[in-house]
Design a protein around this ligand. Structure first.
Ligand code: CP
Length: 315
């Protein structure tokens, strides 16, 4: 149950489009508090508000930053975490996902953070399990905590995103990060665009209010911020690109672009294919937010774990 007067009613986080403006404000306000505690006070700065809450981290598709930051976030708040390793589980013996998840739930966890290559897995589980489900990435569909942390990191760098021109660049077609960014950025009043090779752009973008560029130079003339996406070779079963070299030549961000656009900010959700999406030196550039995004991810995930636990009446 949501606490009386709470601006955050959600007992699951399945998709970025369930978050209205007041929900985003609530998440960012709580994340501000946690980020300040992370930066200024270290481990003693946190009250263990999630003491007794058990969080299962079920990453059935691989991850570094999302899994690590959910685990750090949960532990900072005093929750207990259980890492479910798909390769070492009975999934590898042919047990179905739903039977595996019923088995996990019979251990009475409170929250399950799930990543899976199949779009819709979090909704499927939320409809069948009692635990709170948090989507940590489902196929090409949604990665809501990445969309949140991208917006939060950018807002911490420049302030309000109202009217800011933000272009997502690269492999839009396979990107759950792009879909979550579009939802959240539009709710925050930003102008959103996409730029990439025709084979990596979905047809539906303009209908979603997303401006489309096919040439990087035109996109960078328009953009205040370039959020550059990873080429997802693991999701390409046909040759959608002539070569990575050709992609880099047409859509990679280099030092030359940073010089030509002296106000441009660059983001990347990671993991970066260095030398493909971003040239050497751009990741560490003073106008790159790549590491600020990772740091923001811990605060955002702390806020979500706490807010969802409150909405579920766990704390
Ligand atoms: N950005 C992101 O989701 O990274 P990981 O795959 O490392 O979690």
């Amino acid at each position: 149950m949501a606490q009386p007067g709470s601006d955050f009613p959600h007992t699951h986080l399945l998709s970025a489009d369930q978050l209205q403006r007041n929900h985003l404000d609530c998440i960012f306000q709580r994340s501000d508090e946690y980020l300040e505690q992370l930066r200024l006070h270290g481990p003693d700065g946190f009250s263990r508000v999630l003491n007794g809450v058990v969080v299962v981290l079920a990453f059935i598709e691989s991850s570094t930053r999302t899994r690590v930051s959910f685990e750090v976030a949960a532990k900072r708040l005093g929750a207990q975490t259980l890492n479910f390793q798909a390769g070492a589980s009975s999934l590898s013996k042919g047990e179905s996902l739903v039977d595996t998840m019923f088995t996990i739930e019979s251990n009475h966890p409170d929250l399950i953070v799930v990543r899976h290559s199949a779009a819709g897995t979090p909704e499927f589980l939320a409809g069948r399990l009692q635990s709170g489900i948090i989507n940590a990435g489902d196929g090409r569909r949604q990665h809501p905590t990445q969309g949140l942390l991208d917006a939060f990191a950018l807002r911490n760098r420049i302030g309000s995103l109202q009217g800011v021109n933000i272009c997502l660049i690269g492999d839009i077609y396979h990107s759950r990060v792009a879909r979550s960014n579009f939802d959240i950025l539009r709710t925050l009043g930003a102008n959103v665009a996409a730029c990439g090779p025709g084979t990596l752009m979905p047809d539906s973008l303009e209908a979603l209010g997303v401006r489309v560029f096919h040439k990087l130079d035109e996109a960078l003339e328009w953009a205040d911020v370039a959020n550059v996406l990873r080429i997802q070779r693991e999701r390409m079963d046909v040759g959608l690109l002539p070569s990575l070299r050709e992609f880099q030549r047409q859509f990679g961000i280099s030092g030359r672009h940073m010089q030509q656009h002296p106000e441009l900010l660059v983001m990347h959700p990671g993991p970066v294919n260095r030398g493909v999406e971003l040239s050497a030196g751009v990741v560490e550039h003073k106008r790159s937010l790549v590491l600020e995004q990772v740091e923001a991810g811990v605060a955002i995930r702390m806020a979500l774990l706490a807010l969802i636990s409150e909405a579920r009446g766990l704390v």
